[in-house]
Design a protein around this ligand. Structure first.
Ligand SMILES: *Cc1c(COP(=O)(O)O)cnc(C)c1O
Length: 331
């Protein structure tokens, strides 16, 4: 498929970056000598755990709400999300003076529920095992005239998410590899479009939890694979399938999708805390875990790693500190 037939172009990402200028945080790019030693590569961590709401999701949410018509803004928006998209939508809506309704699972992390409520959104809870959130959101959209903004399968959301990688290339230049945490593929597809435009030889690698490798299977088979809700500490990547707009972008611009285990995620979360002094959530550690464990051989390469979020439940964080193997092991 040629780039012109894709749902999102790099120009959309550049336009999103302008809308986000002065609104989203230009997040820091961190480096770590120990991470470089461990991986044998030169790693650049783009730290979206320092983004507003603690994850890159603010970018796509703000861009998508900004692009609505005045009439749509007046009526309000509805989103379904287990966490970070909910917070991103709630905050972006409040900043733009738009009412937000968020459909969230009853078992969403307590801190994500509380944060979404604090940003002033109306929360509608549903049972993840019994009800379909997309159906609930679509019904609310129709009944109340709300614009439905999904977490990943939406052109303005993808364009917004692509601005994080754009910033990374703008600050460190071209890369050999870029590792990106992957759930529904919004961040990965946006990042891949930025890479194709700004660093065309860069190999873009998606990383998803071993418990749910649907994106890997979808990319390799060319068909969207649906799975049950995967059991993983990477709750931000507990998606059941990638997006329809996402797949053609991945086919055009992503080299491969790899997986990491929850044990590798726990060690990575501990490494971030212990060595780099940053708090990273399970899904936020996916890309780094793949790079640091050389799931793809990156020795001697210049490598970007998107650290996608930092909203981890403190009980789980404590468990990672106490039980995971030390991040640096003698080899
Ligand atoms: C949403 C999310 C992801 C996955 O993003 P997709 O666009 O759904 O692929 C990864 N990490 C974090 C922290 C997230 O919130």
């Amino acid at each position: 498929m040629t780039q012109s037939t894709l749902a999102v172009q790099f120009a959309d990402i550049a336009a999103a970056a302008q809308r986000l200028a002065g609104v989203a945080h230009p997040t820091p790019v961190l480096t770590s000598r120990q991470a470089d030693e461990r991986s044998g590569a030169q790693l650049f961590f783009k730290c979206e755990n320092f983004q507003r709401v603690g994850a890159f999701k603010f970018r796509g949410a703000y861009n998508a709400i900004s692009c609505l018509s005045e009439e749509q803004k007046r009526r309000g928006v509805v989103a379904f999300s287990s966490g970070n998209h909910a917070q991103g939508m709630a905050l972006a809506a409040r900043m733009l003076g738009v009412r937000a309704t968020i459909v969230m699972p009853t078992d969403a992390p307590a801190m994500k529920l509380a944060a979404t409520r604090e940003y002033g959104a109306e929360i509608i809870l549903y049972d993840r095992k019994k009800e379909d959130r997309e159906v609930i959101a679509a019904r609310l959209g129709q009944e109340r005239g709300l614009a439905v903004i999904p977490a990943y399968d939406h052109p303005h959301v993808i364009a917004g998410q692509g601005t994080a990688a754009k910033e990374l290339f703008d600050s460190v230049g071209e890369l050999d590899y870029l590792f990106v945490s992957t759930g529904g593929g919004g961040l990965l597809s946006g990042s891949a479009l930025s890479a194709a435009a700004l660093s065309p030889r860069c190999a873009v690698i998606g990383v998803e939890p071993e418990a749910g490798n649907d994106a890997q299977r979808s990319l390799r088979s060319g068909q969207i694979v649906h799975i049950d809700v995967p059991d993983t500490i990477a709750d931000g990547a507990q998606t059941q399938h990638i997006g329809k707009l996402v797949l053609p972008i991945l086919q055009a611009h992503v080299r491969d999708i790899v997986t990491v285990s929850d044990d590798q995620l726990r060690s990575q979360i501990r490494f971030f805390a212990e060595r780099m002094k940053i708090v990273v959530e399970g899904a936020g550690a996916l890309a780094a875990a793949a790079a640091m464990n050389n799931v793809v051989d990156i020795r001697g390469k210049k490598v970007g790693v998107i650290v996608s979020g930092g909203n981890i439940d403190m009980a789980l964080f404590a468990e990672c500190m106490a039980r995971s193997a030390p991040a640096i092991q003698a080899t």
